[in-house]
Every structure is written in C-alpha cells, then in structure tokens.
Design a protein around this ligand. Sequence first.
Ligand code: C2E
Ligand code: CA
Ligand code: CA
Ligand code: CA
Length: 279
Amino acid sequence: AKAEGRNDYQFYAGSMGTNAMDSLKLEGALRRALERNEFLLHYQPQVDIRSGAVVGVEALLRWQPQGKEMVSPADFIPIAEETGLIVPIGEWVLATACAQHKAWRDAGLPPIRIGVNLSARQFQRQDLAKRVARLLEEMDCTPDCLALEITESDVMQNPEAAVEILRQLHAMGMHLAIDDFGTGYSSLSYLKRFPIDCLKIDRSFVRDITSDADDAMIVNSVIALAHSMKLSVIAEGVETAQQLDFLSDHGCDQMQGYYFSKPVPADQIAKLLQAVKPE
Ligand code: C2E
Ligand code: CA
Ligand code: CA
Ligand code: CA
C-alpha cells in the first residue's frame, strides 16, 4: 500500500507543482469537504454488448468545492489515500451508492448493480465485510445491489489477507470485480484463488485495439482467460464504434466508456433506465 500510495503522491505533487504547504491546504479542504457535503457521485452506465441493455453503473466520486470548479478524483484521491481520509470518504461513497440504489428501486426502476471503487486503505481493514454488511442493512439494500471494484495492486499487497476478505464479501452475495486489469502485477495462481466475478480490462489496452496488434492480442487473451475461469469481462474506456465492434467480435461481455456515455448525475441514469422500464 505504502509504495503504491507514495508513487501516486509523488506523481501528483510533481505534475501539479504542489509543495508541502499546498498538500496541507488540500488535506484541510478535503476534511471540510465531507462536513460541508461537497462530494457527489456521478454514474457511468455499463452496457451488455450483446443486448445493448444497461446492466449496471459505476459510481465515480466528484468534489464540488463551493464557488469553484469540480475537482477530478485523480487530483484528490492520492492525497485522500495518503492521509487516510479515503476511509471516511469511501464510507460516504458506499452509503450514498446504497441510498441511490434504494431511490431508484423506490421509483420503480429496474434494479441494476452499482459498482463502487474501494481503495487499498479500506481494503486493508479486517472488518471491511462487517462494516459493509451493517451499512447495507442500514440503507435497506441487499448485497447484490453492489459490485465492489478493487485493483490488482490492492489485492496483491497482501494476497493471503485479500483472499480471506474477498471470501467474506463474496459469501455475503457481493459481486466482486478486479479493476484496471493488466496494469498491476497479478499472479495468475492468485487470480484462480480469488472468489471474483469479473475482470475490468484497463482503458490503456482498449485505446489502441483496432490499430495495435499487441493490444488486440492482450485484450483477446484476457477475454479468453476470464471466460475460461467463468468470469465476465468489462472493457473500460470504449470510445469508438470500431472498438465496440472488435470487443463484440471477440466475445467481451460488457463495455463502459464515452462511446455510450460519460459519467453523469443520477437523474440522467434514471431517465436512461426509465426508457427500458418494463410495462
Ligand atoms: P477507474 O475506477 O478506472 O474509473 C474509470 C475512469 O475512466 C473514470 O475517471 C471515468 O470517467 C474514466 N472513463 C470512463 N470512460 C472513459 C472513456 O471512454 N474515455 C476516457 N478517456 N475515460 C473514461 P474518473 O471519474 O476521473 O476517476 C478516476 C479514478 O479515480 C477511477 O479510475 C478510480 O480509480 C478513482 N475513483 C473514482 N471514484 C472513486 C471512489 O469513490 N473511491 C476510490 N477509492 N477511488 C475512486
Ligand atoms: Ca473502477
Ligand atoms: Ca478501472
Ligand atoms: Ca483506471
């Protein structure tokens, strides 16, 4: 966790020209952001490639400081992880996603899973499954309302502990996805032992699938590997019809990307689901 977080932070600090003073300010601002309710979630549809139906959404965190422009998670999650603030922020994300799921259900919309990103810091807590279970109950949700997204590097920091936590979550009925698949170092033998349901192929592999033979081969191999392990596959960052055609031809299950929709506020997702609501 440490090595990864530190890299992110240095990248952040370097790219933004941030010094220690700025990061202190940012930390304070993030702390206040929770109290002031400045966070919100946008949702990006996940589409079944065969049927074209929206089968899920991914919740993506946004920060809207008063009177300022919206801040991208790439610009504040590294600091939130570094300071541990990602733990309370992450709980807010889980609670808000559950509340949204209930609101959509109460509105009579078809139930779809909401994907929630977990950070390594949250994942390192031994009581994660218990906390999630309590939260689901409080928010009147069943575990199948959520899909938890965890990166390879997060689980590979301590694979033995990860297997145990994933088992607990999976036993509860939670859907589990490995995020950014292919970018971390993953051991195939561990992959076999993780009780996961889905691999999300990182955007960096999808970008050039129609022009780069290596990327095309990697994506095909990941799809084949996933299917041989009875896992489903979501391609991230699909932006063009050509990419979609390629993925469709090669048996990818779901796609997520600007080609279908950018992440949008909850009311726009409601409209999208309303359109497919059974009579
Ligand atoms: P991620 O989990 O890999 O999320 C996908 C990112 O790709 C999102 O960026 C999304 O807006 C972007 N994206 C989706 N489709 C396309 C596309 O077609 N083209 C391009 N160029 N980009 C696309 P976003 O929302 O800026 O989030 C960035 C990262 O921040 C996420 O990457 C995730 O690692 C992290 N993050 C977001 N929300 C949370 C959260 O609630 N908790 C934690 N721990 N991390 C979060
Ligand atoms: Ca994700
Ligand atoms: Ca991802
Ligand atoms: Ca990513």
